[in-house]
Design a protein around this ligand. Structure first.
Ligand code: LMR
Length: 393
């Protein structure tokens, strides 16, 4: 039976890492995948993580199964981070949180859960969105549509188009929104625009699914999470996936969570029972280590402060790289000022697929759409990248 199976296409993002890994050129540069590298080009091991691991190693614990929904201390800490400890949805026990295998795992739990209870709904994702959003919701059985989002002419958001599309969606549609640091464009909504989006989602009876994979990489932890809190306050159903891959530099530990907001505590209990069913039939229960590390950091005041400082350091360095990118290209006669205004790890650079391929021939890897990971630039590689880009322009 296997002889008829075709070769699947390469993953648009992780496939680039595969090509990068296979490249023998020692000077190769990977601006593809969304990973933060420090100025030495290394993925950092955060001090707060190391200190949390020291605490955990000092009190070795057996590796028994976690509950299906994950570590209780982790789920609680995540909820407080995502909604705010004083949030009504927490006080009224209307929010449920399950530990997930990264942000992707959280999206998949949410997608499977929604497919079970809203089988005829269609999903709407931004145009463009993270490549895996479409694939993931389609693989859960949904029809996936786009809503207008990016305006290539301004390198910003086509807000009129987005709002018109939101207002035209059938009631009950699932709308995937990026809470902050839009992936891949780096173009976020303003606070005033979010007010209009929230009103349109509520008025239209849509089901918002907020994906927050980059909290802390925009303006700050609280600032980036503000829209989640505003949705929670506005009422209505709400799903939120979040990830600590980037904000804790814990990519390989796969630590994320899915939170769902219900209308009452009683409804929340029913939702939790169903979320557990989804988890149990997918992978039974989550791994221990990453969740313990994150819970330890978030609930130990000194480590929490250290994390916030280290995250701020990453955020500031990315902004410095944006500035350097713009200034250096300006010096070569190219206007990329919009990169300064973009937020988070990514820039939708405007480079064409052909230009990206030319860069790849010089061992500089970016996503075919022209998305570059600004967080992979550093003081050693930026001039090489700038020279290469200037050459292909
Ligand atoms: C990205 O967009 O590059 C990251 O979210 C990593 C991934 O899994 O695609």
């Amino acid at each position: 039976m296997f002889s008829a199976i075709d070769m699947a296409p390469r993953d648009p993002i992780l496939g680039i890492t595969e090509a990068f890994n296979a490249d023998q050129n020692p000077a190769k540069i990977n601006l593809g995948v969304g990973v933060y590298y420090d100025d030495n080009g290394k993925v950092p091991l955060l001090s707060c993580v190391q200190k949390a691991e020291e605490i955990l190693i000092a009190a070795p614990a057996p590796r028994t199964y976690l509950p299906i929904e994950g570590l209780a201390a982790y789920d609680k800490a995540v909820q407080e981070l995502v909604f705010g400890a004083d949030s009504a949805v927490i006080q009224e026990k209307r929010a449920v949180t399950v530990q997930a295998i990264g942000g992707t795992g959280a999206l998949k739990i949410g997608a499977d859960f929604l497919k079970r209870f809203a089988p005829d709904a269609e999903v709407y994702i931004s145009d463009p969105s993270w490549e895996n959003h479409r694939a993931l919701f389609e693989s859960a059985g949904f029809k996936v549509n786009n809503y207008a989002y990016f305006d290539a002419a301004t390198h910003g958001v086509n807000f009129a188009g987005m709002l018109a599309d939101l207002k035209a969606m059938p009631r009950g549609s699932i709308v995937l929104l990026h809470a902050c640091c839009h992936n891949p464009t780096g173009a976020d909504l303003t606070s005033a625009q979010w007010t209009e989006v929230i009103a349109a989602v509520i008025a239209g009876g849509l089901v918002p699914f907020l994906d927050m994979a980059y909290q802390g990489f925009g303006a700050g932890i609280a600032e980036d999470g503000a829209v989640v809190r505003r949705f929670a306050e506005a009422g209505g159903p709400l799903l939120v996936s979040n990830s600590f891959s980037k904000s804790f530099s814990l990519y390989g530990e796969r630590v994320g969570a899915l939170s769902v907001v219900a209308a009452s505590g009683e409804e929340a209990a029913r939702l939790m029972s169903q979320l557990k069913r989804v988890v149990r039939t997918n992978y039974s229960n989550p791994p221990v280590h990453g969740g313990k590390v994150v819970a330890t950091v978030l609930t130990t005041p000194e480590l929490r402060q250290l994390w916030e400082d280290e995250l701020a350091g990453m955020r500031v360095r990315i902004k410095e790289m944006r500035e350097a990118f713009v200034t250096k290209l300006q010096a070569k006669g190219h206007d990329f000022a919009f990169v300064r205004d973009q937020i988070g790890m990514f820039s939708y650079s405007g480079l064409s697929k052909a230009q990206v391929e030319e860069l790849r021939a010089q061992s500089i890897y970016a996503v075919d759409t022209g998305r570059i990971c600004v967080a992979a630039l550093n003081s050693r590689n930026i001039d090489i990248v700038i020279d290469a880009i200037a050459k292909v322009l």
